[in-house]
Design a protein around this ligand. Structure first.
Ligand SMILES: [Zn+2]
Length: 170
């Protein structure tokens, strides 16, 4: 497959890199972060997807990118500081679980504090799809996948479906 030489491969489940907690970053002194974010954004748009976390490209740093048709966002060390009591269950997919979607319960709105690539504090107030994407990507930074958010029955069924798609022999 032809593509830019800087293209990053998105890592698919199962992989240990998707199960670890990623480390905090220091944007002001980490010269690689800007390039990492640019490569992640490229991989996200190529996929295409609406969000991507650094562990999905094999980098254990707390960095995520997103674009829900409102432009590219990059968050470093994102923390959800408040969330709505109201939740919503919706089918969710993941670039690291290609072909699979499972129902996941998420808060419908949240406030997220993070740093931008200059190390400046940013606050994101999100609802709907963006709130869902931010929760999904922060889960990745904690080594949590959508199958970990499903009920035990849904999880078993989802893993069976996933294995059927990706390992026809099994
Ligand atoms: Zn994902």
């Amino acid at each position: 497959m032809k593509g830019p030489t800087h293209a990053m491969r998105i890592i698919a489940h199962p992989s240990p890199v998707l199960k670890e907690r990623a480390s905090e970053v220091e944007p002001a002194s980490d010269a690689d972060l800007r390039q990492l974010a640019a490569k992640m954004a490229h991989a996200m748009y190529e996929a295409p997807g609406v969000g991507l976390a650094a562990p999905q490209v094999g980098v254990q740093k707390r960095v995520l990118v997103f674009d829900v048709d409102e432009g590219l966002g990059v968050l470093c060390n994102p923390v959800i500081v408040s969330r709505s009591a109201q939740t919503e269950v919706d089918e969710e997919g993941c670039l690291s679980l290609p072909g699979l979607s499972v129902p996941v319960e998420r808060s419908v709105a949240l406030v997220c504090e993070a740093l931008d690539l200059d190390g400046e504090p940013v606050t994101v107030e999100a609802e709907g799809l963006l709130a869902r994407v931010i929760q999904h990507e922060i889960d990745h930074l904690d080594g949590v996948l959508i199958i970990d958010r499903a009920t035990p029955e849904e999880r078993r069924a989802a893993i069976r479906r996933y294995n059927e798609i990706h390992d026809p022999v099994g």
